[in-house]
Design a protein around this ligand. Structure first.
Ligand SMILES: [Zn+2]
Length: 308
């Protein structure tokens, strides 16, 4: 019969081997449960699903913020506005996430790229497909665009991104240049109108509408946004960064479709509950990409959004 010390070292050794195997499987984008993480309470979402919902809700909001900036400040735009809104929104998250641990930032940004991969690859009816003539990029293009911006933000540290996301070498080679170009535009947009904004004292309000009753486990779905006032704080930080020229409202509400938009007539950004539910459905039902060092945090509290 093994002594307790032998038993614990044997278990640690086994856990280390499993973790190494899991890291390998994660690189292959295969699902694998960490043996050391505590099980979350049954009435809350798994932490990685909650993070996926939060990150993609934040990106949806920041994409609409990109439209807001372009419209409100009549910014010059070369190329499609939808591409510019993606770039402004995604780059802004690097600023807005600057106080988070690096592993959490990487995981959230990868979740955003991963959403477009899932959206691209999931079977869907023709009416839901983005077609070549649309003003939006194809889901497949949005996936590679965002994966490239993520990799280009720090190609040395994030050298695992091209392999994990299957970003081809021909595109990956110049991702640092793409990131710098987008960064330059963001810096310009966030500094060009500060003087006006200080005079106008812009503010932002986040409101939550009633559930339509059609979304199951509604409170569970909303929890990642409400925890630590996550969405409210992001919206307030966004105002400090971009100085919108007038008061804005972020309205989270039931609208009958998984949508989001900016209404320039009333200065309102709308996020639909159905969109959050769609994020949850994808995260819960399809295999997801995992950053490799998600497996290096054996003491992480699985009940919080922070990986480590
Ligand atoms: Zn858009």
């Amino acid at each position: 019969m093994p002594r307790p010390a032998d038993l614990s070292s044997a278990l640690l050794s086994a856990a280390g081997s499993i973790r190494k195997a899991c890291a390998y499987l994660a690189l292959l984008a295969l699902p694998c449960a960490t043996p050391l993480a505590a099980e979350p309470p049954s009435d809350s979402l798994p932490p990685d699903v909650a993070r996926f919902i939060l990150a993609n809700t934040e990106f949806s909001l920041m994409h609409e913020m990109g439209h807001m900036l372009i419209i409100e400040y009549d910014l010059p735009v070369l190329g499609r506005e939808e591409d510019a809104a993606d770039q402004l929104g995604f780059l802004a998250l690097f600023e807005l996430y600057s106080t988070l641990p690096t592993a959490e930032v990487d995981a959230r940004l990868l979740d955003i790229a991963d959403y477009w991969r899932l959206e691209w690859q999931r079977p869907k009816p023709v009416r839901e497909r983005v077609l070549a003539w649309d003003s939006h990029p194809l889901d497949e293009q949005r996936y590679y665009n965002i994966a490239c911006l993520l990799y280009g933000s720090d190609m040395r540290r994030l050298d695992w991104v091209p392999e994990l996301t299957e970003l081809p070498y021909e595109r990956a080679l110049y991702c640092d240049r793409e990131f710098r170009q987008a960064r330059k535009a963001l810096d310009w947009a966030s500094s060009a109108y500060q003087h006006k904004a200080i005079q106008r004292r812009a503010a932002i309000q986040v409101t939550y509408g009633q559930s339509s009753g059609a979304i199951p486990d509604f409170d569970q779905l909303l929890a990642p946004l409400l925890e630590n006032s996550n969405l409210q704080r992001l919206a307030e930080d966004m105002v400090k960064l971009f100085h919108p020229p007038r008061p804005l409202t972020v309205r989270v509400m039931a609208c009958g479709a998984p949508d989001a938009w900016y209404n320039s007539n009333i200065g309102e950004l709308t996020l639909c509950y159905e969109r959050l539910a769609h994020f949850r459905d994808l995260a819960e039902t399809l295999p997801r990409l995992q950053p490799p060092y998600a497996w290096r945090c054996p003491n992480a509290n699985a009940n919080t959004l922070s990986a480590c």
